[in-house]
Design a protein around this ligand. Structure first.
Ligand SMILES: O=C(O)CCC(=O)C(=O)O
Ligand SMILES: [Fe+2]
Length: 332
Protein backbone atom coordinates (compact mmCIF):
# COMPACT_ATOMS: atom_id res chain seq x y z
CA UNK A 1 0.00 0.00 0.00
CA UNK A 2 1.32 3.43 -0.88
CA UNK A 3 1.44 5.73 2.06
CA UNK A 4 1.68 9.44 2.52
CA UNK A 5 3.11 10.69 5.75
CA UNK A 6 1.08 12.91 8.01
CA UNK A 7 2.56 15.54 10.32
CA UNK A 8 4.92 16.74 7.60
CA UNK A 9 7.15 13.70 8.03
CA UNK A 10 7.76 13.33 4.29
CA UNK A 11 8.94 16.90 3.99
CA UNK A 12 11.17 16.52 7.04
CA UNK A 13 12.91 13.55 5.52
CA UNK A 14 13.37 15.31 2.19
CA UNK A 15 14.76 18.36 3.97
CA UNK A 16 17.36 16.26 5.70
CA UNK A 17 18.49 14.41 2.64
CA UNK A 18 18.46 16.91 -0.18
CA UNK A 19 20.21 20.14 -0.94
CA UNK A 20 23.41 19.79 1.08
CA UNK A 21 26.63 18.48 -0.17
CA UNK A 22 27.95 17.23 3.12
CA UNK A 23 26.38 14.83 5.56
CA UNK A 24 28.80 15.89 8.29
CA UNK A 25 27.29 17.48 11.35
CA UNK A 26 28.61 20.63 12.91
CA UNK A 27 29.27 20.59 16.63
CA UNK A 28 26.08 22.46 17.40
CA UNK A 29 23.83 20.14 15.44
CA UNK A 30 22.18 17.25 17.15
CA UNK A 31 22.28 14.04 15.19
CA UNK A 32 19.00 13.14 13.56
CA UNK A 33 17.19 10.25 15.11
CA UNK A 34 16.72 7.28 12.79
CA UNK A 35 13.09 8.12 11.96
CA UNK A 36 10.63 10.62 13.37
CA UNK A 37 8.50 8.91 15.98
CA UNK A 38 4.76 8.35 15.97
CA UNK A 39 4.29 8.63 12.23
CA UNK A 40 0.99 7.25 11.15
CA UNK A 41 0.55 6.37 7.53
CA UNK A 42 -2.66 7.43 5.88
CA UNK A 43 -3.58 4.74 3.37
CA UNK A 44 -4.17 5.71 -0.24
CA UNK A 45 -5.04 3.69 -3.32
CA UNK A 46 -2.10 1.77 -4.77
CA UNK A 47 -2.58 2.82 -8.37
CA UNK A 48 -0.03 0.30 -9.62
CA UNK A 49 -2.58 -2.46 -9.02
CA UNK A 50 -5.52 -3.37 -11.22
CA UNK A 51 -8.67 -2.64 -9.23
CA UNK A 52 -9.49 -6.33 -8.80
CA UNK A 53 -5.96 -7.02 -7.51
CA UNK A 54 -6.35 -4.10 -5.13
CA UNK A 55 -9.61 -5.61 -3.91
CA UNK A 56 -8.06 -9.02 -3.33
CA UNK A 57 -4.98 -7.67 -1.58
CA UNK A 58 -6.42 -4.83 0.48
CA UNK A 59 -10.06 -5.87 0.79
CA UNK A 60 -11.37 -2.89 -1.14
CA UNK A 61 -11.09 -1.10 -4.48
CA UNK A 62 -12.27 2.13 -6.03
CA UNK A 63 -13.71 2.26 -9.55
CA UNK A 64 -14.18 5.81 -10.73
CA UNK A 65 -17.05 7.02 -12.92
CA UNK A 66 -18.86 3.71 -12.88
CA UNK A 67 -22.30 5.36 -13.03
CA UNK A 68 -23.62 7.12 -16.11
CA UNK A 69 -24.23 10.88 -15.65
CA UNK A 70 -27.88 10.46 -16.70
CA UNK A 71 -28.42 7.91 -13.95
CA UNK A 72 -26.74 10.10 -11.33
CA UNK A 73 -29.08 12.92 -12.31
CA UNK A 74 -32.13 10.70 -12.13
CA UNK A 75 -31.16 9.33 -8.72
CA UNK A 76 -30.38 12.79 -7.32
CA UNK A 77 -33.74 14.08 -8.57
CA UNK A 78 -35.32 11.22 -6.67
CA UNK A 79 -33.45 12.29 -3.51
CA UNK A 80 -34.62 15.89 -4.02
CA UNK A 81 -38.22 14.69 -4.36
CA UNK A 82 -37.88 12.83 -1.08
CA UNK A 83 -36.22 15.70 0.78
CA UNK A 84 -38.80 18.27 -0.42
CA UNK A 85 -36.66 21.28 0.43
CA UNK A 86 -36.60 24.73 -1.15
CA UNK A 87 -32.98 25.11 -0.15
CA UNK A 88 -30.10 24.22 -2.47
CA UNK A 89 -28.48 20.91 -1.61
CA UNK A 90 -25.36 22.50 -0.11
CA UNK A 91 -27.53 24.21 2.50
CA UNK A 92 -29.20 21.05 3.67
CA UNK A 93 -28.35 20.03 7.20
CA UNK A 94 -29.33 17.30 9.59
CA UNK A 95 -31.73 19.78 11.19
CA UNK A 96 -33.56 21.10 8.10
CA UNK A 97 -34.08 17.82 6.19
CA UNK A 98 -36.12 14.72 6.94
CA UNK A 99 -34.69 11.28 7.67
CA UNK A 100 -35.13 9.27 4.50
CA UNK A 101 -34.85 5.70 5.78
CA UNK A 102 -33.40 2.88 3.73
CA UNK A 103 -35.50 3.45 0.56
CA UNK A 104 -34.96 -0.23 0.00
CA UNK A 105 -37.86 -0.57 -2.44
CA UNK A 106 -37.21 2.57 -4.44
CA UNK A 107 -37.47 1.80 -8.16
CA UNK A 108 -34.91 4.41 -9.22
CA UNK A 109 -32.29 3.45 -6.67
CA UNK A 110 -32.63 -0.26 -7.36
CA UNK A 111 -31.74 0.38 -11.01
CA UNK A 112 -28.15 1.09 -9.95
CA UNK A 113 -27.54 -2.65 -10.36
CA UNK A 114 -28.50 -2.32 -14.06
CA UNK A 115 -25.84 0.25 -14.82
CA UNK A 116 -23.76 -1.36 -17.60
CA UNK A 117 -20.35 -0.74 -15.98
CA UNK A 118 -21.65 -1.93 -12.63
CA UNK A 119 -22.90 -5.20 -14.04
CA UNK A 120 -19.65 -5.70 -15.95
CA UNK A 121 -17.63 -5.09 -12.77
CA UNK A 122 -19.76 -7.57 -10.80
CA UNK A 123 -19.21 -10.21 -13.47
CA UNK A 124 -15.50 -9.44 -13.48
CA UNK A 125 -15.34 -9.91 -9.71
CA UNK A 126 -17.16 -13.24 -9.88
CA UNK A 127 -15.23 -14.31 -12.98
CA UNK A 128 -18.38 -15.14 -14.93
CA UNK A 129 -21.65 -13.55 -16.08
CA UNK A 130 -23.59 -16.45 -14.52
CA UNK A 131 -22.74 -16.13 -10.81
CA UNK A 132 -24.55 -12.95 -9.77
CA UNK A 133 -27.70 -13.58 -7.76
CA UNK A 134 -29.87 -10.72 -8.93
CA UNK A 135 -31.03 -9.71 -5.47
CA UNK A 136 -31.14 -6.02 -4.82
CA UNK A 137 -30.49 -5.56 -1.15
CA UNK A 138 -29.43 -1.96 -0.73
CA UNK A 139 -29.88 1.14 1.36
CA UNK A 140 -29.81 4.82 0.54
CA UNK A 141 -27.35 6.59 2.82
CA UNK A 142 -28.45 10.17 3.17
CA UNK A 143 -26.37 12.14 5.63
CA UNK A 144 -26.53 15.94 5.46
CA UNK A 145 -24.13 18.13 7.42
CA UNK A 146 -24.27 17.88 11.17
CA UNK A 147 -23.57 21.46 12.32
CA UNK A 148 -22.48 20.21 15.75
CA UNK A 149 -20.01 17.57 14.54
CA UNK A 150 -16.23 17.92 14.50
CA UNK A 151 -14.32 17.06 11.31
CA UNK A 152 -12.82 13.79 12.40
CA UNK A 153 -12.98 10.12 11.46
CA UNK A 154 -14.41 7.58 13.84
CA UNK A 155 -12.01 5.13 15.39
CA UNK A 156 -12.69 1.46 15.68
CA UNK A 157 -14.39 0.11 12.56
CA UNK A 158 -16.68 -2.90 12.45
CA UNK A 159 -17.81 -5.83 10.36
CA UNK A 160 -21.46 -6.51 9.70
CA UNK A 161 -21.64 -9.80 11.61
CA UNK A 162 -22.67 -8.73 15.07
CA UNK A 163 -22.82 -11.49 17.68
CA UNK A 164 -23.28 -14.21 15.05
CA UNK A 165 -20.95 -16.83 13.54
CA UNK A 166 -18.86 -15.21 10.81
CA UNK A 167 -18.57 -16.86 7.39
CA UNK A 168 -15.04 -17.45 6.13
CA UNK A 169 -16.22 -17.19 2.52
CA UNK A 170 -19.71 -15.66 2.70
CA UNK A 171 -21.62 -15.16 -0.49
CA UNK A 172 -20.75 -11.77 -1.84
CA UNK A 173 -19.35 -8.31 -1.33
CA UNK A 174 -20.48 -4.73 -0.94
CA UNK A 175 -20.46 -1.77 -3.33
CA UNK A 176 -21.02 1.77 -2.23
CA UNK A 177 -21.85 4.33 -4.95
CA UNK A 178 -21.57 8.05 -4.37
CA UNK A 179 -24.13 10.25 -6.10
CA UNK A 180 -22.28 13.46 -5.23
CA UNK A 181 -18.77 14.92 -5.14
CA UNK A 182 -17.35 14.59 -1.67
CA UNK A 183 -14.69 16.27 0.46
CA UNK A 184 -12.81 14.74 3.40
CA UNK A 185 -14.91 14.49 6.58
CA UNK A 186 -18.08 14.57 4.49
CA UNK A 187 -19.65 11.52 6.14
CA UNK A 188 -17.55 9.22 3.99
CA UNK A 189 -17.03 5.54 4.66
CA UNK A 190 -13.60 4.50 5.96
CA UNK A 191 -11.91 1.16 5.36
CA UNK A 192 -9.07 -0.46 7.28
CA UNK A 193 -7.00 -1.98 4.44
CA UNK A 194 -6.02 -5.60 4.77
CA UNK A 195 -8.20 -6.38 7.78
CA UNK A 196 -10.17 -8.88 5.67
CA UNK A 197 -7.15 -11.23 5.87
CA UNK A 198 -6.65 -10.79 9.60
CA UNK A 199 -10.31 -11.28 10.46
CA UNK A 200 -10.58 -14.30 8.16
CA UNK A 201 -7.54 -15.91 9.78
CA UNK A 202 -9.11 -15.53 13.21
CA UNK A 203 -12.31 -17.20 12.03
CA UNK A 204 -10.40 -19.99 10.31
CA UNK A 205 -8.49 -20.64 13.53
CA UNK A 206 -11.50 -20.34 15.81
CA UNK A 207 -15.09 -20.65 14.58
CA UNK A 208 -16.23 -19.12 17.88
CA UNK A 209 -14.38 -15.88 17.16
CA UNK A 210 -16.98 -13.08 17.30
CA UNK A 211 -17.49 -9.43 16.55
CA UNK A 212 -17.47 -7.36 18.76
CA UNK A 213 -16.33 -9.64 21.62
CA UNK A 214 -12.96 -10.56 20.05
CA UNK A 215 -12.36 -7.39 18.06
CA UNK A 216 -9.68 -5.74 20.27
CA UNK A 217 -6.66 -4.59 18.28
CA UNK A 218 -8.00 -5.29 14.78
CA UNK A 219 -8.34 -1.64 13.75
CA UNK A 220 -5.70 0.39 15.56
CA UNK A 221 -4.33 1.80 12.29
CA UNK A 222 -5.24 4.68 10.01
CA UNK A 223 -8.22 3.97 7.77
CA UNK A 224 -8.65 4.84 4.09
CA UNK A 225 -11.37 7.47 3.59
CA UNK A 226 -13.44 7.08 0.43
CA UNK A 227 -13.59 10.69 -0.77
CA UNK A 228 -15.67 10.00 -3.84
CA UNK A 229 -16.53 11.87 -6.97
CA UNK A 230 -20.13 11.61 -8.16
CA UNK A 231 -20.53 8.22 -9.82
CA UNK A 232 -17.52 6.57 -8.15
CA UNK A 233 -17.82 3.18 -6.47
CA UNK A 234 -16.11 1.56 -3.53
CA UNK A 235 -16.06 -2.23 -3.60
CA UNK A 236 -15.43 -3.88 -0.25
CA UNK A 237 -14.99 -7.32 1.24
CA UNK A 238 -17.45 -8.86 3.70
CA UNK A 239 -14.68 -9.13 6.33
CA UNK A 240 -12.89 -5.82 5.91
CA UNK A 241 -13.27 -3.41 8.82
CA UNK A 242 -15.17 -0.28 7.88
CA UNK A 243 -17.09 2.61 9.42
CA UNK A 244 -19.48 5.39 8.46
CA UNK A 245 -18.51 8.89 9.65
CA UNK A 246 -20.28 12.12 10.48
CA UNK A 247 -20.85 14.65 7.72
CA UNK A 248 -19.27 18.03 8.39
CA UNK A 249 -19.22 19.40 4.81
CA UNK A 250 -21.74 21.54 2.96
CA UNK A 251 -22.38 18.75 0.46
CA UNK A 252 -24.48 16.02 2.06
CA UNK A 253 -23.36 12.44 1.89
CA UNK A 254 -25.66 10.71 -0.62
CA UNK A 255 -24.75 7.18 -1.54
CA UNK A 256 -26.21 3.79 -2.32
CA UNK A 257 -24.90 0.97 -0.14
CA UNK A 258 -25.46 -2.26 -2.04
CA UNK A 259 -24.92 -5.93 -1.37
CA UNK A 260 -23.79 -8.03 -4.28
CA UNK A 261 -24.64 -11.66 -3.74
CA UNK A 262 -23.55 -14.76 -5.54
CA UNK A 263 -25.91 -17.59 -6.46
CA UNK A 264 -23.75 -20.29 -4.92
CA UNK A 265 -22.02 -20.29 -1.59
CA UNK A 266 -18.42 -21.31 -1.96
CA UNK A 267 -17.40 -24.55 -0.23
CA UNK A 268 -13.72 -24.77 -0.98
CA UNK A 269 -10.79 -22.87 -2.40
CA UNK A 270 -8.01 -25.08 -3.64
CA UNK A 271 -4.81 -24.10 -5.36
CA UNK A 272 -5.50 -26.11 -8.49
CA UNK A 273 -7.77 -23.86 -10.51
CA UNK A 274 -7.91 -20.25 -11.66
CA UNK A 275 -9.53 -18.06 -9.09
CA UNK A 276 -11.83 -15.14 -9.78
CA UNK A 277 -10.90 -11.84 -8.10
CA UNK A 278 -13.61 -12.46 -5.49
CA UNK A 279 -12.19 -15.92 -4.77
CA UNK A 280 -8.66 -14.53 -4.63
CA UNK A 281 -9.75 -12.08 -1.95
CA UNK A 282 -10.95 -15.08 0.04
CA UNK A 283 -7.80 -17.11 -0.57
CA UNK A 284 -5.31 -14.74 1.05
CA UNK A 285 -4.83 -17.19 3.92
CA UNK A 286 -4.31 -20.15 1.57
CA UNK A 287 -6.50 -23.02 0.40
CA UNK A 288 -9.46 -23.74 2.66
CA UNK A 289 -12.51 -25.96 2.89
CA UNK A 290 -15.54 -24.82 4.89
CA UNK A 291 -16.19 -26.72 8.12
CA UNK A 292 -19.96 -26.52 7.63
CA UNK A 293 -22.59 -25.19 5.26
CA UNK A 294 -22.05 -21.45 5.80
CA UNK A 295 -25.49 -20.53 4.47
CA UNK A 296 -27.20 -22.74 7.07
CA UNK A 297 -24.79 -21.53 9.74
CA UNK A 298 -25.77 -17.92 9.08
CA UNK A 299 -29.52 -18.60 9.04
CA UNK A 300 -29.26 -20.44 12.32
CA UNK A 301 -26.97 -17.75 13.79
CA UNK A 302 -29.42 -14.94 13.01
CA UNK A 303 -32.34 -16.95 14.41
CA UNK A 304 -30.51 -17.53 17.68
CA UNK A 305 -29.36 -13.94 17.96
CA UNK A 306 -32.87 -12.64 17.38
CA UNK A 307 -34.22 -14.85 20.11
CA UNK A 308 -31.50 -13.61 22.48
CA UNK A 309 -31.29 -9.88 21.74
CA UNK A 310 -34.38 -8.70 19.87
CA UNK A 311 -33.75 -5.03 20.76
CA UNK A 312 -30.08 -4.73 19.83
CA UNK A 313 -29.90 -1.60 17.57
CA UNK A 314 -27.69 -3.25 14.97
CA UNK A 315 -29.97 -6.29 15.03
CA UNK A 316 -32.89 -3.98 14.30
CA UNK A 317 -31.04 -2.23 11.50
CA UNK A 318 -30.10 -5.50 9.88
CA UNK A 319 -33.60 -6.80 10.22
CA UNK A 320 -35.05 -3.77 8.54
CA UNK A 321 -32.80 -4.46 5.60
CA UNK A 322 -33.61 -8.13 5.81
CA UNK A 323 -37.25 -7.32 5.27
CA UNK A 324 -36.24 -6.17 1.80
CA UNK A 325 -35.39 -9.68 0.88
CA UNK A 326 -35.63 -12.74 3.03
CA UNK A 327 -32.80 -14.40 1.18
CA UNK A 328 -30.42 -11.66 2.12
CA UNK A 329 -30.56 -12.76 5.73
CA UNK A 330 -28.78 -15.93 4.88
CA UNK A 331 -25.74 -13.91 3.85
CA UNK A 332 -25.43 -10.87 6.07
O1 LIG B 1 -22.05 4.73 6.55
C1 LIG B 1 -21.38 3.89 5.96
O2 LIG B 1 -20.84 4.11 4.90
C2 LIG B 1 -21.17 2.52 6.55
C3 LIG B 1 -22.39 1.94 7.13
C4 LIG B 1 -22.19 0.54 7.58
O3 LIG B 1 -21.11 0.08 7.65
C5 LIG B 1 -23.31 -0.31 7.97
O4 LIG B 1 -24.46 0.12 7.84
O5 LIG B 1 -23.07 -1.45 8.40
FE1 LIG C 1 -21.13 -1.99 8.12
Amino acid sequence: MNGTCRNGATQERKGRCSGHHSNKLSATQTPPTAEPKNITMKPTIDTRLHWTDHYAKHGFAVVKNILEPAYIEEALNEVKKLVKSDLPMDQWTKDNTPKLGTQAHNEVFRKVYDQPKVRAAIDEMFGSPHCFLDERAFQLFFKPRDPQAKPELLKGGHIDFVDVPIPVFGNGFMIQFSLVNKQPFGGNITIWPGTHKVVQKHIMDDPNWRYPANWGGITNSEPYEFVAGAGDALFFHHLVAHEGNVCTTAMPRISLHCQVLRKEWLKEISADHDLSPWERSLAMNGPYKVRCDEQKMMEEGYRRRKAKTPDHPQVKQKEELAAVDAKMRSGY
